[in-house]
Write a protein that binds this ligand. Structure first.
Ligand SMILES: [Zn+2]
Length: 103
């Protein structure tokens, strides 16, 4: 658990520490079949997914969390606008819907 919490504060895109507050977080809804495949049993954890050609760590919010209630299945922690935009671009290319950011 400690390890997962540490990883929450590392940029999913460049790997730098995330120091900006509020955090730049990209929230994303993913198709049902992907949820079944990748996210089962992973609530509240960090999982690695392929985004374009890159493996990135994403947070899987617990069902009862505010983020999940708003429809986010996975969250990407970003250190900067630059990384956030990079993630959003790749999500768009992959056909995923980014919901909102700047929590
Ligand atoms: Zn970054």
């Amino acid at each position: 658990m400690m390890k997962d919490e540490d990883e929450l504060f590392t940029c999913c895109w460049c790997g730098d520490a995330v120091n900006n507050i509020p955090f730049d977080v990209v929230c994303c809804e993913i198709p049902e079949q992907l949820k079944e495949q990748f996210l089962k049993e992973e609530e509240g954890r960090i999982v690695n997914i392929m985004l374009g050609t890159k493996v990135v760590p994403v947070g899987v919010p617990g069902k009862d969390s505010g983020i999940a209630q708003e429809g986010a299945d996975i969250t990407f922690m970003c250190c900067s606008d630059e990384c956030r935009r990079a993630v959003e671009e790749r999500l768009e290319e992959a056909g995923f819907q980014a919901l909102r950011n700047n929590f």
